[in-house]
Design a binder for this molecule. Structure first.
Ligand SMILES: [Zn+2]
Length: 120
């Protein structure tokens, strides 16, 4: 009963096998005759095909809440640096890493600029 679909429909007073749409009062079969067969698929489909506005609202409610905000999940530059620290004891690794970043930095500059500074 925790599905947000119940914000848009409710179990029929007459028949527990039916759900009643809160928007158009239509009766929707709940997918079986026994409680364990009941599902929300028919109601969701009803909402999706008949009431697009409500369905958009339902989709919003149905989205799992993120435990942390997305920005917190993204490692910051200092975080990435901290993570690397244990390896920096290895001189060979840190030096080649330095060269790699130096090489990629050079790639950002057009060749004429480097040539020009050499000429000066
Ligand atoms: Zn309806």
């Amino acid at each position: 009963m925790s599905s947000p679909i119940w914000k848009f429909s409710k179990v029929s007073d007459k028949d527990v096998k039916l759900a009643v749409c809160n928007v158009c009062r239509d009766e929707i079969p709940r997918g079986g005759s026994k409680q364990r067969h009941f599902n929300t698929t028919n109601m969701i489909r009803h909402l999706r095909t008949r009431h697009t506005t409500e369905y958009a609202e339902y989709e919003k409610l149905n989205q799992p809440k993120p435990t942390t905000s997305p920005s917190l999940n993204q490692p910051t530059v200092s975080d990435a640096f901290k993570r690397r620290e244990p390896y920096s004891r290895d001189r060979k690794t840190s030096r080649s890493e330095l060269w790699n970043s130096f090489a990629s930095m050079n790639n950002l500059y057009p060749l004429w600029r480097i040539k020009g500074s050499v000429a000066c």
